[in-house]
Design a protein around this ligand. Structure first.
Ligand code: MLT
Length: 302
């Protein structure tokens, strides 16, 4: 009988896949495996009995992967399992940055004279005018599972898509729309694109990769989208770029004290993978990985 501990109710959505041979424990002590979503594992002492940790998500920056490897603990993640959920929020972010949907909805909700709202709306609508994304240039930094889905969807919406990914595999390239232009350098993305979206993991080498130097190379009035990790962007440089108008809108899924409540910045509270489908897919993939490891010793991805 294997024992597992679950650190997040969302990760529990896949637990039905564990058969009779598994027991869920109330504490992490004595368990063989841990399922986790966003909890910071750096703060938790791992019991000696644990040999596998599975993250229901793609990023593993909440897990001390190197230390676990030294202790012989295998770390799994679920790449691609929530890609569609994140892709849809990125597209929504692009549209929200281009059309004043939020301003328009707020105005209708707050206008007291509901009896004459139709007439008033016709007068007010000028202030909510926006622009279309079709025909605009979108730069995608990183063409992994999420970046590739965003790329294909954006082509379908009539955008001119530029992708930058020096690690793109042949298999991944086959699944990309033929109309995507592959950029040889980030500078090309920065200098050409009206919209730029980041889809790279947070590593020492990518931390603050979007910094003052990068902003200086971007077009005036660029829209920057960050649904990957907040630390990829140097937020001091970002605030300067937003205040100067270099960045027309910054759309991010990572709320913190620096970006919240600022003009020109649209923030959601890490909702990219928060859909029924993504949560279930991630949990199921995580459970299958743990089972395959505990029962057969297979390491499918880590
Ligand atoms: C991810 O890394 O895939 C996301 O952070 C998942 C999540 O929202 O938990």
């Amino acid at each position: 009988m294997f024992q597992y501990h679950c650190l997040n109710p969302i990760a529990e959505k896949g637990l039905k896949l564990f058969g009779d041979n598994y027991k869920k424990t109330e504490s992490a002590d004595q368990c063989d495996a841990i399922l986790v979503r966003s909890a910071k594992m750096h703060d938790m002492e791992l019991p000696k009995s644990v040999c596998a940790v599975a993250r229901a998500g793609a990023g593993v920056n909440n897990i001390p992967v190197k230390e676990y490897a030294e202790q012989g603990v295998v770390v799994f993640n679920t790449p691609g399992a929530n890609a569609n959920g994140v892709k849809e929020l990125v597209l929504a972010g692009m549209l929200l940055a281009s059309r004043d949907i939020v301003g328009g909805i707020e105005w209708v909700a707050q206008e007291k004279d509901k009896e004459h709202i139709g007439k008033l709306a016709e007068k007010q609508k000028k202030q909510f005018a926006g622009c279309e994304i079709s025909g605009k240039k979108l730069g995608i930094i990183g063409l992994g599972a999420i970046g590739a889905m965003v790329a294909n969807a954006a082509c379908g919406l009539g955008m001119e898509v530029y992708g930058y990914d020096p690690y793109l595999s042949i298999d991944a390239a086959w699944n990309l729309s033929r109309t995507i232009k592959h950029s040889k350098s980030l500078d090309e993305i920065y200098s050409q694109c009206d919209y730029i979206t980041i889809h790279v993991p947070l590593l020492d080498s990518t931390k603050k990769m979007i910094n003052k130097e990068a902003f200086d190379k971007m077009k005036d009035g660029v829209v920057l989208l960050n649904f990957a990790r907040d630390l990829l962007v140097d937020e001091d440089a970002l605030i300067e770029a937003v205040e100067s108008g270099k960045v027309k809108k910054y759309v991010t899924d990572f709320a913190n004290e620096t970006v919240a409540g600022r003009e020109g910045i649209l923030v959601t509270p890490h909702l990219g993978a928060s859909t029924e489908e993504s949560e279930e897919n991630c949990a199921e993939m995580a459970v299958k990985e743990i089972r395959d490891y505990l029962e057969n010793g297979n390491i499918r991805n880590s």
